[in-house]
Design a protein around this ligand. Structure first.
Ligand code: PMP
Length: 391
């Protein structure tokens, strides 16, 4: 282990945990370590700025006082509190689907669902840039992994053709890719799914809450939600809390209650958490201004970086990565930004492909115009200093 750690160190790939604290009343900022610093947080997924919302905190506190800290057992034993049914009905209504299930987090939802719905005789078609929890679910399922090049529909079509006689076929994709911020070609995926009689699973971790009139996500916005057999998203990002949802048919939900191991073999969620999510779901639907504000912040930030000469993938999501290339420069870029008062973490392999280390900025509706203008000035300075952009 020591040798492996040393070689990670040498390649600027060693990770260590750093301590961060919230700044009460300022969800867009954070404190690093024990210092008195107050950094603009451009590395959180709190897209709508809900993580400190008083109504959510109050709902959690009230439920904590009434129901206590833990659920005490898994859902199939005695942990299935009333709050689950209320929340799952509210999610099904929000998503206009037959049934919804809540999972403890997105990782468990993806890994548990994929492992439940496919097995040895099946094949899963997975975008090369899908989230690690999807990849782990496929590996655990023992189904064959047919990985297609990022957003390459021709490649996917060829793989679907090759495996057309397999028992069950599942196409799975992130709706918005977590490290690039670009979108899946969902309309084309829906057509291919039909053509080959496959199932389609979409992960809306980074699009749920953000797209659609009530934040239903990208599948709703694009009008393809009825083509999606398994629709998942998280409550840890735009919703500012924790947890995940899986939506689909009543049969799917009943099946998962019987087959999804994270739901069966893990303790139910603390009731206070369910109450916080339920309150966040109300706010996400009602407070449309948060989506509007986020949209204008994203437009300003992306346009400013492009005009400075930074390379960023096309898109309109609040995930805005600037590609740096080598790991060490990416780390130095991040450190330079921290000195200037900005938390923006370097993302390195294996999270992203080798040679594509980057700074992944993520924006929030709560960031002000002034904060973003200052941030752009600091990013410009760091970019010039490290030769990432030219004057
Ligand atoms: N899917 C995607 C696309 C993600 O980016 C993430 C989290 N980074 C997850 C799933 C896992 O969600 P959670 O953090 O709730 O476990």
């Amino acid at each position: 282990m020591e040798r492996e750690l040393a070689s990670l160190e040498e390649a600027s790939l060693r990770r260590s945990l750093r301590t961060n604290s919230a700044v009460p009343g300022s969800p867009g900022r954070m404190v690093r370590g024990t210092g008195p610093n107050n950094l603009l947080n451009l590395s959180a997924n709190d897209y709508l700025g809900l993580s400190q919302h008083p109504a959510i905190v109050e709902a959690m506190r009230d439920t904590l006082l009434k129901e206590g800290a833990g659920a005490g057992a898994s859902r199939l034993v005695t942990g299935n509190r009333m709050a689950y049914s209320f929340l799952e009905e509210a999610i099904a209504e929000w998503q206009s689907c037959e049934a919804a299930l809540v999972f403890a987090n997105g990782y468990m939802a993806n890994a548990g669902v994929i492992r439940a719905v496919v097995g040895r005789d099946d094949v899963v078609f997975s975008d090369q840039l899908n989230h690690a929890s999807i990849v782990d679910g496929i590996l655990m399922s023992r189904a064959e992994l047919a990985r297609y090049r990022h957003n390459d529909m021709e490649h996917l079509g060829a793989l679907l053709h090759k495996h057309r006689d397999k028992r069950r076929k599942l196409i799975v994709t992130d709706a918005v890719f977590s490290m690039d911020g670009d979108q899946a070609r969902l309309r084309e995926l829906a057509l291919l799914k039909r053509e080959y009689g496959a199932m389609l699973m979409v992960d809306e971790a980074h699009s749920g809450g953000i797209y659609g009139g009530r934040g239903e996500g990208l599948c709703h916005l694009l009008g393809i939600k009825d083509e999606v057999d398994i629709h998942m998203g998280t409550f840890s990002k735009a919703f500012g809390v924790y947890g995940a949802y899986v939506c689909g048919s009543r049969t799917l939900a009943d099946f998962l209650v019987n087959k999804a191991r994270p739901l069966i073999y893990s303790t139910a969620m603390p009731p206070a958490l369910l109450a916080g999510i339920a309150q966040a779901l109300v706010l996400v639907q009602q407070e449309h201004w948060r989506r509007d504000r986020l949209e204008s912040a994203v437009r300003f930030f992306r346009d400013s970086l492009l005009s400075l000469g930074f390379q960023i993938p096309a898109g309109d999501s609040p995930i805005v990565p600037i590609t740096i290339g080598d790991n060490e420069t990416a780390l130095r870029f991040s450190a330079a930004l921290e000195e200037k008062g900005i938390a923006a973490v370097a993302i390195r392999p294996p999270t992203v492909p080798a040679g594509t280390a980057r700074i992944r900025f993520s924006l929030s509706a709560i960031h002000t115009d002034e904060e973003l203008r200052d941030a752009i000035a600091c990013i410009r300075e760091a970019g010039l200093q490290l030769g990432v952009i030219r004057r």
